[in-house]
Write a protein that binds this ligand. Structure first.
Ligand SMILES: *Cc1c(COP(=O)(O)O)cnc(C)c1O
Length: 324
């Protein structure tokens, strides 16, 4: 396997904990949690692992400015802004959506980290991004484009190594369940499961995409990760396990399912979930437990991917107010 350049700033290995009270409450399989909400960079999340490799690449290319894009409450943008501050880069974030009256949650942290923010619409996002990169170069700077969600082979390879980390912690699990969106996390995990011989199943709960679309994207990305690592492996859609039954009203539309999951993790285990990603993934996992999808002698590991600042965003106020 190739050596991949990395700048170490994540808090690793992240802890693996038991969730005995939640397991008992649900009366299902044994539940574990992998705490990637504790990776560092303003409360952490899955983008921190990806950014260790992306920043090393940016540095090796002589870049001085990180440019990336995401939604208004993007965790990826917040972690990129924090990584930029830590690594001595400038940071420009192209945020797609309505500029809110009240600055809160991830957006507040983006500003605190000194990122420059360029507003755009979802439709014009890619065009605005290219324009910002061109303008940054024209101004004599060296931009490095961090891909959407940190999900190219460079970023996603971090989750192959995260599987190695989990196995080195001596954890046995029959299932790994987590939120899957741009697909980098799952692509890396699938490659890692193969290379480091994880015997369980890797099940992504889709946040905002139909199963076939996401499976195809992840298979392509997983093949790219394997190639990047110098491994002769290709993946097809059938190798990728995705459940897209929990898309609800769409991206960031919080329903009682997410609210219940957030409440159950908080009140049984003292653990915070976010309304957009981990709340939806945990809600899906809880529903699958109730339907008997996992057998009761199995162990299910919920891989927490972060997102906590969104819990404090004005947009999701209803989730944590008395309405809960
Ligand atoms: C980005 C993100 C995800 C999705 O990860 P992908 O690699 O894009 O699939 C899941 N959870 C949280 C909290 C995220 O910020």
């Amino acid at each position: 396997m190739k050596q991949i350049a990395r700048i170490e700033f994540a808090h690793l290995p992240t802890p693996v904990e038991r969730l005995p009270r939640l397991s008992e409450y649900l009366g299902g399989p044994e539940l574990l949690i992998k705490r990637d909400d504790q990776t560092g960079l303003a409360t952490g999340g899955n983008k921190t692992r990806k950014l260790e490799y992306l920043l090393a690449e940016a540095q090796n290319l002589g870049a001085d400015t990180l440019v990336t894009t995401g939604a208004v409450q993007s965790n990826h943008c917040r972690q990129t802004a924090a990584a930029a501050a830590r690594g001595g880069f400038d940071c420009i974030l192209v945020l797609a959506g309505e500029r809110p009256d009240m600055v809160s949650g991830n957006l507040l942290l983006d500003q605190l980290y000194g990122a420059e923010i360029v507003w755009t619409t979802r439709e014009a996002r890619d065009e605005t991004l290219q324009q910002v990169v061109a303008e940054t170069s024209a101004a004599g700077l060296s931009p490095y484009l961090v891909p959407y969600g940190g999900s190219n082979a460079t970023g996603a390879c971090s989750y192959a190594f995260a599987i190695q980390e989990l196995l080195m912690q001596g954890v046995q699990a029959d299932w790994i369940v987590f939120a899957s969106s741009s697909g980098g996390t799952q692509a890396g995990m699938v490659v890692g499961a193969h290379l480091f011989e994880f015997s369980g199943q890797v099940l992504g709960i889709s946040i905002d995409e139909q199963a076939e679309v996401l499976q195809e994207r992840i298979a392509g990305l997983a093949s790219a990760v394997a190639d990047f690592l110098g491994e002769d492996l290709t993946f097809s859609s059938q190798d990728i396990r995705v459940n897209a039954d929990y898309l609800g009203g769409g991206y960031g539309v919080v329903s009682e399912m997410e609210r219940e999951a957030i409440r159950l993790f908080a009140r049984n285990e003292g653990i915070l979930l976010d309304p957009v990603y981990t709340g939806r993934a945990a809600g899906g996992m809880i529903d699958l437990i109730r339907k008997g999808y996992f057998s009761s002698d199995e162990t299910v590991l919920f891989w927490h991917t972060g997102g906590i600042p969104a819990l404090f965003a004005e947009k999701y106020r209803g989730v944590v107010s008395g309405e809960l």
